[in-house]
Design a binder for this molecule. Structure first.
Ligand SMILES: Nc1ncnc2c1ncn2[C@@H]1O[C@H](COP(=O)(O)OP(=O)(O)O)[C@@H](O)[C@H]1O
Ligand SMILES: [Mg+2]
Length: 247
């Protein structure tokens, strides 16, 4: 199916129809009040975010607790006594815009902060195979649930992240191979929907059991995280494959 723009739900549906990718995709639905209430009841913790992406800004984490409800967005923590109050708050945020709802993935942590992976996948021309040209870990900023750099997240070299996670040897090789395999499969799949696409920025989270989850594929990935590392080798490779002058 041909796609355009940055419609996360459309991209999710295309990926979900690939049986190799389906296990890596957190259940995702488009916003409706009914779906919101059902998913909050079912999972107790869900994420509501704009269908078109937001650099981590409008990502709402909503929790059903024993005696109340909590919303976390940016550095804010809002507490509500009942579900009606939460629902009307979110209805107001969503308005007539397109939002999606996912179950929350309980991300693994580094230095007590949540983190995820950003993988750059590129092809030299539309006919050449997709290849992974960069992987970093992104550690969330203090007080934030999201890991985006625009929300004070910090890019970590993959080796540093693995050391901090105490993953080495065979386990490290296996994890990196799985990350690459999933990122390439996702890019091959969405590459068919966007035939001219030559780069994707793949956001993949790892939960506390070590399972991987695809959050999204970015068609216009920011590269500042790679540029911020002392080791410039990945950044240089990415720019080389892009075939443009360094910025
Ligand atoms: N379902 C989820 N469970 C846990 N964390 C999430 C979930 N969705 C998003 N996040 C966190 O929020 C960040 C931003 O979400 P993302 O879907 O990449 O949207 P965008 O980057 O366009 O704002 C992710 O990198 C991740 O850290
Ligand atoms: Mg993202």
């Amino acid at each position: 199916m041909l796609l355009k723009g940055r419609n996360k739900y459309d991209m999710y549906r295309v990926m979900k129809s690939n049986i190799k990718l389906a296990p890596y995709l957190p259940e995702t639905k488009t916003w409706s009040q009914e779906t919101f209430l059902n998913m909050l009841n079912k999972y107790k913790s869900i994420v509501v975010k704009p269908n078109s992406g937001s650099l981590g800004r409008d990502v709402y984490f909503i929790y059903k607790k024993k005696t109340n409800y909590v919303i976390r967005v940016n550095k804010k923590r809002l507490v509500y006594p009942n579900v009606d109050a939460v629902c009307s708050y979110m209805k107001n945020i969503v308005g007539d815009k397109k939002f999606i709802i996912q179950k929350e993935i309980k991300l693994a942590t580094i230095d007590n902060r949540r983190f995820d992976f950003r993988i750059i996948v590129q092809r030299r021309t539309r006919k050449k195979p997709w290849q992974v040209t960069g992987i970093i870990a992104r550690r969330g900023g203090k007080g934030y649930k999201v890991t985006n750099r625009s929300r004070r997240g910090v890019a970590l070299h993959l080796d540093v992240a693995m050391e901090k996670l105490n993953i080495s040897g065979q386990a490290k090789t296996a994890l990196v191979e799985e990350i690459k395999k999933v990122a390439i499969e996702a890019s091959e799949t969405l590459g068919k929907s966007f035939p001219k696409q030559r780069i994707f920025g793949v956001d993949i989270g790892m939960d506390q059991e070590g399972n991987l989850h695809i959050f999204e594929l970015n068609r216009w990935p920011l590269l500042g995280g790679f540029k911020s590392l002392k080791d410039q080798s990945q950044y240089e490779l990415i720019m080389k494959i892009k075939g443009k002058k360094k910025r």
